[in-house]
Design a protein around this ligand. Sequence first.
Ligand SMILES: [Zn+2]
Ligand SMILES: [Zn+2]
Length: 973
Amino acid sequence: MQLTFLGGADEVGASSTLVQMGGKTLLIDAGIRISPKTSRGIQTDQLPDLSLITEAGGPDYILVTHAHTDHTGALALVVEQYPHVPVLATPPTVELTRILQTDAQRIMQSKQDAEGELPIFDEIASARLMDAFQPVQFRQPVRLGDGLQVMYHPSGHIMGAATLVLEGEEGTLVMSGDVSLGANRAVVSADPPRIKADALVLESTYGGKLHAMRASEERRMVEMLKRVTDRGGKALIPAFALGRAQEVLQILLAFRDELDVPVYADGMVRSVCTAYSRFHEWLPENTVRAAGDDPLFFRGKVKPVSSAAVREQVASSDEPCIVVASSGMLTGGASVVYARAWAGDERNGIFLTGYQDEEAPGRFLQTMMRKRQAGEEFTLRIDDSTVSVRCEVDTYSLSAHADENELVQYAQSMGAEEIMLVHGDPGARHSLATALRQRVKRVQTPRIGQTITFAFAKRPWALGQIKTGEEARPLDPAELWAQLKDQAGSFFSARELAQMWWGDAERHAEAVSALTDDIHFAADWRRRGTFQVHSAEQVARKQRQLAIMLANPDLVGKLIVLRDSNGRPRVGIVVNASADAFEAQVHGAKGRHYPADALLWVIGTWEKVDDDRGQMANLKLMLDETQKWQDTLLPFARRQQLAEAAQPVNPADLLPDPLPDEVSHEQALLTIVLALAQDGASLEPGGLLPKRALKDGPIEQNQARDLAFSAFPPKARLRKVGMDIHRKRLTLTFDFPLPAQRQYADVIEQLMTQTGWDVQVNPGINQQALGAAVDELLPAGGRITKGPSFYLNQGEVAVEVAGVADVAALQRAYHDLTGFRLRVGGDQSDGDTPSVQPETSPGREPIEINAAYGLVRQALEPLGLYKAGLKQGGLVLTFISPQVGERHLDRIRALSEETGYAISIHPHPNQQQILQIAAQLIREAGWRVTKGPGIHVARAEVSVKLANEPDSATFEQVRNRLANQTGYSLVMG
Ligand SMILES: [Zn+2]
Ligand SMILES: [Zn+2]
């Protein structure tokens, strides 16, 4: 048995351990370091040492303890490299990880739009991770092969969190995961494994600490909240969105008779609460019972904050209230908005409830509170601004981690001989190690990169006992499955299955051919001859998928409507189909692979349009048309009727006869199917079954405009709302479109759903506002001596000023407000913008931005354009590497002339994708790799070391293909 610690050893963050036992390599968790930076996207220094996974030859299985980002944040990256490795986790962990992934994508996207920083993994990688997940249930043994099994036990902490017990001939290893042993109102209690462990990897977050009694902490917090709200104050409880916030809300609900003020939940808290509500059987019975038929969280005085405007209202209101908001350490998110608004008033309070990072503002608050005298005021720096703190501050111990005494008892209850402490800062680990060493033989505190090997006395392995069959018939997969379905999720080799059916392991080849492509077992194609037993639900889903594909034998080339993994309806053209899945080019999505049950409706054959606009551009035109015709073809009242009737309908039956002159049959059908899809329709025998008509339908124009104005707070500086009534499109004009688009992305999206209108932001820049902003931000005594002058194409405004002490602060504030750089006096620094080569500068007025995108995409997508974005008034084109982009300089210059936009090429390559392509080519060439492939951005090279010298013809071929696809050259060494 061998363990290698990739991260999360002497730290809380980037948890990841590689375990080799029973001939298998298991990766337990792959998290990221949570730091203030996390709220702005993920950096590579936040990752565990993933290269050690490659050195170990890749994992056979990935096991996930729970959804927190410090355990799952890097999973997408690992799965990108090892797409066929099953990832085992409980169903709530899968769902919660999906929510965190969506959030991470949103953050990375906004960072890319704002600063041109490439995400370290994209939505395709996220989708692939979701595909790789295999659900496991608590206390169900899952065989991982000959003589090795894993069992998930509830570990308290958060919904779905598990302690893993790995058992095999080489011994028993317990991976504690994050453990909470006390009662918690939002999580089922921990049920530690009652076994004798040889080795235990134990978390140590609260080593050296003892928790106060939960009940008295709850009481203390409620008393304090009462005092604050009784005196007219407002209380902020910053809480981690996943876990802590749900518990705090349940406490507030339990004491609702004593706290007679509104309670608001803000930030990601909302979507996590919704996910919790979907898993009643994974929650404490009392909590579920207390809610009755009402929502689990949002009932009584507890309400979610649904938009930035509401947030602004709550923050600036005079009414006493309580807000539970993420982030829990005040490092970003909604909690910062409230802290800024409330910290200065001594009637208010900020109440911390959990772990505070060394550098987090929350930790600083705690430290200052201990030092300050009553009534004294101090300054807190949060999110690039400072606030003076006069409000009350206190901390409540509602930790979701066991304290030192509990951890010692926990370790003792398993009688582990070898203990390794992880997931704690050095002080915590040291204290816990000292306490444990008095009772246990060996305690180690591994460091990152360290490998520890154990040789426990081998013992006969009873659990894997395979029953011997004596059938004389050919293997019947359904019958074999019926015997094994209680072990759903387990992995068996073909030899074992042959033994089970015929009593003859040597007939394994026959077993392989009987079980490959069968719906009852999943063939694991990384290791030929290994099969996973499907659960009853998986078998049912597979059956449905096969039936769908059978019912649509000629899917390739068809125009279809489908639902993506987030449930959004999308339109695409099928390019490939298999027995249970299809591949499609889908408008607005990068992903191409969809399971058969993503299919919603087949519209008809896509007539391959051979004009120069290209397929996707034509599809986009068609989609725009559906907006225009929706109300005519399927009026809202009719949609309501259909939803109420609750009967499946054939969309073709809803077509009016005759159709309006300008509408084709195909266009009309697409319009109707999309309307039903928006109403939550699912594909049922007999047609589409809409669930509910979208609450308002596209609303009346003046109402849409009013809603738009009220959705944004004044500081968003929304100046004008334009309306294209024909297309049902709102155009928002902000003083400063760049930061507005970034900060209010969620509001814009909400506005779309609320109004049913398409919403876009006018990219035009208000020069007058740009000038006025300098005056506005000047400190007292400062004045402008020259300028401002505007360099819109460079994203710059230049002024000369006098009486400004902190020029850098002025520049920062200016950039935050306007998205423009402020050049002061002789200051020529080019700030944090990457220099972009080569820049073009056109001679004409820019055309409408979407038209420009259309032209650019149509010309360059076939040549490898990955993404086009707007940055400081110019277009930035992203290719797999700048080298690939530079091949098309002539075309790009022409486009710049045509569109009137300066166009540049994004200067960073997509390293992950280049490596993936290289790995693929190497695999196809059949080479044996001893090291690499590695990437050298400065030299535009991919290097690889091979076991044998390849023949020069093959090498040339691989080199050319790599250069063609990525612009990088292949070198040996
Ligand atoms: Zn955790
Ligand atoms: Zn953790």
